[in-house]
Design a protein around this ligand. Structure first.
Ligand code: PAF
Length: 278
């Protein structure tokens, strides 16, 4: 595995790659969820590039940028063992100038749910993803796929839209959520949970299970499903429970094959999200 920290080095090493590239952008603190993206990229491409960059522009004032878990040594090992060819670990100065063009998330998909709860987050996220995609696409690989988890559903939908709107030559590959055996969706933030909080956090996935049961019983009214989910979430400080279509428009009736059920909330000080695509 080649580790590069500068843009020049990245462009040089990617210029000699032959065939398809699978790219997995991350903020580090890699877990099984990231590993599943890397494995998928590995199985579908000639070369795999992973980036680790804790992107400051997607953290809001008062969010956990400084405390965000950093596990550089362990991350390197995980990438090496997973067969990553190139690991890109740039610094903030390398990725950003002082005064930059900004990207603003679109009105509907960008300004509901995570967009309102974390105003500005998606602008920063899209900005860094655009930069990273352009860097990997720079040497015109014969085929270029970038892998993103469905856990950050709104992020995935927005990136797919950005790629379409800005004609970026990459195929976005959505990847399934990975869960611990108890059902908790994997997240770098799970390390913050105490044993007691972790038990409470399980109600997020339980609420989604309850929603599935209701849909299987042919209950398609989203208002009723939301209310039932909230009962399961009694020990979570709920931020939102939402049912949207794949365009991220709120819906009144579940459309099978086109619905995402989302939940976000705090357990103690830890903010957690989870979702289900049905
Ligand atoms: O999902 C993440 O880890 C980040 O939002 C991403 C896509 C790597 C951009 O910083």
């Amino acid at each position: 595995m080649i580790i590069v920290t500068t843009i020049d080095e990245l462009l040089e090493v990617t210029s000699s790659l032959k065939g398809s590239i699978g790219f997995v952008p991350t903020m580090g603190a890699l877990h099984e969820g990231h590993l599943s993206l890397i494995k998928k990229a590995r199985s579908e491409n000639d070369s795999v590039v992973v980036s680790i960059f804790v992107n400051p522009t997607q953290f809001l004032e008062g969010e956990d940028l400084d405390a965000y878990p950093r596990k550089e040594q362990a991350d390197r090992k995980i990438c090496e063992l997973a067969g990553v060819d190139i690991l890109f670990m740039p610094t903030v100065d390398m990725m950003y100038e002082k005064d930059e063009l900004n990207i603003i998330a679109p009105a509907i998909r960008g300004f509901i749910l995570e967009g309102t709860k974390r105003a500005g987050h998606f602008d920063g996220m899209l900005q860094i993803v655009m930069k990273l995609l352009n860097l990997i696409a720079y040497n015109k690989p014969s085929n270029f796929c970038a892998y993103f988890g469905k856990k950050d559903a709104q992020q995935l939908v927005l990136i797919t839209q950005m790629v379409k709107n800005y004609f970026i030559n990459v195929q976005i590959v959505p990847c399934d959520i990975v869960r611990d055996s108890d059902g908790l969706a994997l997240s770098s933030r799970n390390v913050y949970l105490s044993t007691e909080e972790r038990i409470k956090a399980l109600s997020l996935s339980r609420s989604l299970k309850r929603a599935t049961e209701l849909v299987m019983q042919k209950e398609f009214n989203t208002q009723i499903i939301r209310e039932e989910m909230k009962k399961v979430l009694s020990e979570v400080d709920i931020e939102y429970v939402a049912l949207v279509n794949r365009e991220f428009e709120q819906i009144d009736i579940v459309e099978l094959g086109n619905t995402i059920i989302l939940v976000a909330g705090r357990v103690g000080t830890t903010r957690l999200i989870d979702n289900l695509w049905i």
